[in-house]
Write a protein that binds this ligand. Structure first.
Ligand code: F6P
Length: 325
């Protein structure tokens, strides 16, 4: 039988996401309620390697559930991608008595967690990324806030775009994932939604033809949502303006999508996922990824979770094309 966990470490890693603080709070308070000690590791795996580790108590997580970002800070660690870094990280966990670890982050962070798990540190991963691109779960902490921020920003650009009768190319976050583009595009009635997962569908000549056709029948604006994974929005705007003769502007919404007070959904689900992670460690479960699948909180083996593949929802994608006429 697995040895009982005494001390739970917690870190956030990769891009921050609104709702991470709710998850941290839930891990800390659930673990303490279950009689465990908690150690906060600052700045993700970089902080682990630097032994930037502090004791955490119930009051350490007061007044944070409503705040964006992560009170533990975050980083994308290059050193932790190496075998030496991973060996050192596992040794540091042992040195500090950390026998259970919660990693809150995205896919890259989970791969770091997987390496620690393989080195005997019981690790539970919690999906925290605005990109929604964790394969085993229908929800990731931060997506709801980020996509609502994107939606509000697009609505605002659309107001001025309509007044000036312009075309707008609006770039939203998601280097490898088009979920924010698809959802915010549907929610704002965008005419085109471009994303890396469907890049072979992109036909700029057809977009130009559509813009001209719709302008002739009286449409006052044309919104193109462009995922970061496609990028080059300024160049695209120049090409479209040259081809259509209609003023075209590019707007890159950028990092405001990663900040701000989390929505109710991100607070509640972030809390639930954090609490589940602490319960799993308390109950002797090892090396799991917490998920929300078909409306139920659940968990998968890390190795299994990291071998799954996710695509954008084809029904939503096809629907978006029909609704944007
Ligand atoms: O964390 C996800 C994300 O916001 C992606 O959507 C984006 O591509 C990337 O992080 C940007 O990272 P950085 O803040 O390091 O530029």
């Amino acid at each position: 039988m697995a040895k009982k966990i005494q001390t739970i470490g917690i870190l956030t890693s990769g891009g921050d996401a609104p709702g991470m603080n709710a998850a941290i709070r839930a891990v800390v308070r659930t673990a303490i309620a279950n009689g465990k000690k908690v150690k906060g590791i600052k700045r993700g795996f970089d902080g682990l390697l630097d032994e930037d580790i502090v004791d955490m108590y119930d009051y350490s997580v007061s007044d944070i559930i409503q705040r964006g970002g992560t009170i533990l800070y975050t980083a994308r660690s290059e050193e932790f991608k190496t075998k030496e870094g991973q060996d050192k990280g596992a040794e540091i966990c042992r040195k500090h008595g950390i026998d259970g670890l919660v990693v809150i982050g995205g896919d890259g962070s989970f791969r770091g967690g997987q390496q620690l798990a393989r080195r005997g540190i019981n690790t539970i991963c919690v999906p925290g990324t605005i990109d929604l691109d964790i394969d085993c779960t229908d929800y990731t902490i931060g997506f709801d806030t980020a996509v609502n921020t994107a939606m509000e920003a697009i609505d605002k650009v659309r107001d001025t775009s309509t007044s000036h009768e312009r075309v707008s190319i609006i770039e939203v976050m998601g280097r490898n994932a088009g979920f924010i583009a698809l959802w915010s595009g549907i929610a704002t009635g965008a005419e085109d939604i471009l994303m890396a997962e469907r890049k072979y569908d992109i036909d700029e000549e057809q977009i130009v033809e559509e813009i001209i056709k719709k302008r002739k029948i009286g449409k006052k604006h044309h919104i193109v949502i462009n995922a970061e994974g496609i990028g080059h929005s300024y160049e695209m705007a120049e090409r479209i303006e040259a081809a259509t003769g209609i003023e075209t502007r590019a707007t890159i919404i950028g990092h405001i999508q990663r900040g701000g007070s989390p929505t109710c959904t991100d607070r509640v689900r972030g809390s639930a996922m954090g609490a589940l992670a602490a319960e799993l460690l308390t109950n002797g479960e090892t090396n799991r990824v917490v998920a929300l699948t078909k409306g139920e909180y659940t968990h998968y083996d890390i190795e299994e979770a990291l071998s799954m593949e996710k695509d954008i929802d084809q029904f939503l994608y096809e629907m978006s094309k029909k609704l944007s006429r």
